[in-house]
Design a protein around this ligand. Structure first.
Ligand code: SF4
Length: 330
């Protein structure tokens, strides 16, 4: 099977003790069945400790956090399971994080999760030239090939939009072009990218941006850390257009657009991309660390992600007019 990935993917290496926001903090890690059975069967003090901190939930087994940390985290910043039993003994979540893989039948794409600070650094500053290789897996049949081709083309055009336009205009064009592609997916005419028309339509559709409605949507989601709550409470009066946020937009486009092949809904993913950039622009500060925190709070919480994908059509703060209004703020 053909495998595609950004060049920086191969350069990732966990910085462990030097990590400013370890993945061993704040999250209750999902432990796969095989690892949970192995941990529960271990002899000695490590086995006893693991039996005490593993908890079965209706969604599977998790490692309960203690004092805000994974109980296997040691003062030297390293993992006790890794230190005593080696890398292969880690559960699947910890072995793979922050590496991502998406399979699309005839090819697969690899990437890194923005919620890891070292991955965030690479996503914002690394060489994202695409590398193509092959693995031993067979190509699978059954992927919706026609829709996939439409999405691949839409992704290509969307990435070019980011290269050619300032971020506020790029966000307007992504949204309007996204609707045009959605129409094609739904059986309409082939999508046409017409920037002049779309920029004029953006000005026509834009409403005065309701910042409070936008931010209160996120205040109503699950909040993992106090620092995220504080950032939302202290959001800026208007978005700060840092050009580096184009890297966040590219990451979102690369990660989410093709997933519309599963439900034919591209617009909610386009809006997710626009919303991510707007939210991080409203929060200000260093765009790399703010994006990393956004990812940890939103992307890594399936309920929060789902709430945005659904809310893209229904939430008062996430209407097209509101989002377009924010892109007109200077
Ligand atoms: S968040 Fe990333 S760099 Fe930090 S400890 Fe986890 S994998 Fe390593």
């Amino acid at each position: 099977m053909k495998i595609l990935y950004p060049k920086y993917y191969d350069t990732f290496s966990c910085i462990a003790a030097a990590c400013p926001d370890s993945c061993c903090k704040e999250w209750a890690v999902d432990v796969d069945e095989q690892a949970a059975a192995c941990y529960r069967g271990l002899p000695g003090e490590l086995g006893e400790r693991l039996r005490a901190v593993l908890r079965d939930t209706e969604d599977g087994t998790v490692m309960e956090i203690e004092n805000g940390r994974c109980p296997m985290w040691q003062q030297d910043g390293l993992c006790r399971i890794h230190a005593e039993l080696g890398h292969d003994a880690l559960c699947r979540t910890c072995r793979e994080f922050p590496r991502l893989r998406h399979d699309y039948g005839s090819f697969a794409e690899l990437g890194l999760e923005l919620s890891c600070p070292e991955a965030a650094r690479l996503i914002f500053t690394g060489d994202d030239t695409q590398v193509i290789s092959r693995d031993a897996l067979e190509e699978e049949e059954g992927t919706e090939e026609e829709t996939l081709q439409i999405l691949l083309s839409a992704r290509q055009v969307s990435l070019q939009i980011l290269d050619r336009y300032r971020l506020p205009e790029a966000l307007q064009l992504l949204l309007l072009y996204g609707y045009s592609v959605q129409n094609q997916i739904d059986g309409g005419e082939p999508a046409v990218f017409d920037p002049e028309k779309d920029l004029a339509l953006s000005r026509q559709y834009a409403l005065p941006g309701d910042r409070d409605a936008f931010l209160s949507f996120f205040m109503g989601l699950e909040i993992l850390t106090d620092r995220w709550k504080l950032r939302l409470e202290k959001a800026l009066p208007a978005p700060v257009w840092d050009a580096r946020l184009k890297k966040l937009a590219k990451y979102m486009i690369n990660r989410y657009y093709l997933q519309a092949v599963s439900d034919y809904d591209l617009v909610c993913r386009v809006k997710l991309t626009v919303i991510a950039c707007l939210l991080v622009a409203f929060l200000g500060g260093d765009p790399v660390s703010t994006s990393q925190l956004f990812s940890k709070e939103i992307e890594n919480d399936p309920d929060n992600l789902e709430a945005i994908l659904d809310g893209a059509y229904t939430a008062a703060g996430l209407t097209d007019g509101n989002l377009l209004g924010f892109t007109m703020m200077r």
